[in-house]
Ligand binder design. Structure first.
Ligand SMILES: Cc1ncc(COP(=O)(O)O)c(C=O)c1O
Length: 402
């Protein structure tokens, strides 16, 4: 009997009961704006910032409207100006170059390796071209952060980390987002905490924190930020920093607080599912699993594998055969952007010289979401389906070559 998977690749878990209760309280009192508080009340947003800062061990945290907004704010706060070059990953999702474009700057793309991380040799070659790197830990893959920081520190390049896919992950025990000057996170529904939209920016630098708070639209109420820098940090920057509103509100913060408290447990559950999928896919002829270095603490909320150097028609066939059995795979090899899988050459507002080594890898990257609504049995079934369809097409290739 042909097995078919019936679950949904886009269905996340419900908001925890404590989040629903807290959200109802906010709805009932009506003070959704973060600075709308009574007497001694501390807003849900200010508390959330304090709790997230403690979770990742940052001095300062700002909750904002989206991960993309956090990145654009970080770029502005470290001094990126229109026309400035900003180094970034060629393999990432559209909000990353979009954040660079939002501040009028120009992305300079750095290639990807077979580990799906930024190519540090290419970074070394291009490091002199910019003074800021917006580093995307794309699909949760963390590069050798020790080497990356040595390259950037050596060249005086400021690192902003895009941790949209690595909230809760770490490199050598250092939480993702805590190696660079700024860490940016997303709370959008498909990320590790879910408020529909939302984001965080963390830093230990009081001036970057002060600028970010001013940028987000603090109406000079920056002293209400429990996870903000001391008042003096604002003295220098308060008149020269524009208000580009992008605050978080108390409703989203109320939903997020219990999820942040539960992050480690949820990450462990993602990793069980990732482990089941990876084990099921390992040793499939023609398919390369992505080996994860021991320094990396992962959060397996998605999984990637390579069908490297496959004919595009055969690869499309695998995707179609898996889809027919209920398994939704995404592919970064499509010349036309489909869903979330756009490529550096799809972002035509940016000047992007061809990168043949990166193109070869992109052409083989297959991606799958792993929502926590999947059981371990679901993961085993999904990997059996992928395995059988990849094997069938691969054997056809082998026979054709004989
Ligand atoms: C790699 C990456 N970075 C940043 C973001 C931005 O997050 P948001 O959607 O909250 O703006 C996303 C969202 O999909 C993403 O995938």
């Amino acid at each position: 009997m042909t097995e078919v998977f019936k679950g949904s690749f886009t269905q996340q878990e419900p908001i925890p009961r404590a989040g629903i209760t807290a959200a109802m309280a906010v709805l009932q009192h009506g003070r959704l704006h973060r600075y709308n508080t009574v007497a001694d009340e501390i807003s849900e947003t200010a508390l959330l910032e304090q709790e997230f800062a403690a979770t990742v061990g940052a001095k300062y945290c700002l909750a904002v409207a989206s991960g993309g907004y956090a990145m654009a704010t970080a770029l502005r706060a470290v001094g990126v100006k229109p026309g400035d070059p900003v180094l970034s990953n060629a393999f990432t999702l559209a909000p990353v170059p979009g954040a660079i474009a939002a501040v009028g700057a120009r992305p300079i793309f750095v290639g990807v390796t077979q580990s799906l991380t930024i190519d540090l040799d290419d970074l070394e070659a291009k490091i002199g071209q910019a003074s800021v790197l917006l580093l995307s830990h794309m699909r949760g893959h963390i590069c050798d952060m020790d080497r990356l920081m040595a390259i950037c520190d050596g060249a005086g390049v400021t690192v902003i980390e895009d941790c949209a896919h690595t909230m809760g992950a770490a490199w050598n025990g250092v939480p993702s987002g805590r190696s660079g000057a700024v860490g940016c996170y997303s709370c959008q529904t498909y990320k590790h905490v879910n408020s529909g939209e939302g984001g965080f920016l963390v830093t230990d630098d009081p001036e970057i924190a002060a600028r970010s708070i001013m940028l987000s639209g603090s109406y000079m109420m920056f002293e209400r930020h429990l996870a903000g820098p001391p008042k003096e940090a604002f003295d220098k920057i308060r008149y020269e920093t524009p208000n580009i509103s992008g605050r978080m509100d108390n409703l989203r913060a109320a939903i997020l607080r219990p999820q942040v408290a539960d992050l480690a447990t949820q990450c462990a559950r993602w990793n069980e599912r990732y482990g089941a999928l990876e084990q099921g896919l390992r040793d499939t002829p023609g398919l390369t699993v992505i080996e994860r270095p021991e320094q990396e603490t992962i959060v397996g909320s998605s999984i990637q594998f390579l069908l490297l150097d496959w004919d595009a028609g055969d690869l499309r066939d695998v995707l179609a055969r898996c889809a027919a059995r209920g398994v939704e795979l995404k592919w970064f090899g499509n010349a036309e952007p489909v869903g979330f899988t756009s490529r550096y050459d799809s972002w035509r507002y940016a000047d992007a010289p061809a990168m043949p080594a990166t193109d070869r890898l992109l052409a083989g990257i297959v991606d799958m979401r792993v929502p926590l609504t999947f059981s371990l049995e679901d993961c085993a079934l999904i990997s059996r389906i992928i395995r059988s369809e990849v094997s069938a097409v691969y054997q056809r290739q082998v026979r054709a070559a004989q």
